[in-house]
Ligand binder design. Sequence first.
Ligand code: FES
Length: 311
Amino acid sequence: MRRTLRLRRMGWEAPGVLSLELVAPEGGELPAWEPGAHLDLHVPGAPVRQYSLCGDPADRRSWRVAVREVAGGRASGLVHKAVRPGALLEAEGPRNNFHLLPAPSYLFVAGGIGITPILPMLRAARDAGAQATLLFCVRSAAEAPFLDEARALCPDVVVHASAEGTRLDVAARLGTPPPDTLVYCCGPQRLMEAVEAATAGWPEGSVRFEWFAPRARPDGEADGGFELALARSGRSIQVAPAQSVLAALRGAGFDIPSSCEQGVCGTCECRVIEGEVDHRDSILSASERAANDVMMACVSRAKGARLVLDL
Ligand code: FES
């Protein structure tokens, strides 16, 4: 659901990182959310972007997100240079693709601004009495956003600062799965790919990622066209080679919601009844992909000549 929020306060959390405290324009409570949830934020004049809620879920009167200024990033540039307290911003969500599951022990791996979805998880782990370790990868401790807050929430925070010679040796640290431990990782693509490779042999479902940018795809893959059969409406439409499933569905008059259109937010999820999906999103886990019962229509395609959707 789309809503208008008022920016009540902004604050520096680290060089280049601003936190935004958002409230309902007329005051009052906002919807409940759980650790791992994000907002789709519409900054006027910029494409919609996803930002993790990084405050306390018990605070129902305000939401906090943090925005790192990215070179060439229109949304982050506007937030840093033009948006000021009192501004009204449109947002959708909260939506959660990064659920914190109960476990006796957690290993959190955060890179830079990737600490944001992890902060409420540290709070939840503490409140549940679970054991938690945070490996926080940054350029330097002085540039680590929310470091004091993370330390207050978790007694075992290890800062790995590349500029200080303490870069995380991912393969060594995550090579062997500790018992009963879930890993939650968010950060730059390189860090997440390294964690993904190091934990490839861990039990299925024990390592979870939050991607905020589309994952790189191998070069040279040509996209073919295919048929979409729509079971509930009894229609059949063709997806052209250069067209997305989302565009084909909208072209046929289906009102499919979307936000990122990059396979990272989950807004355009469609139920699949038949046919094998070529999953190209950055949300579904290996087992969710194998289940083949949902797809992200903005990026995913058919492996074969036909897909049947529950539409
Ligand atoms: Fe975000 Fe498709 S619109 S995953």
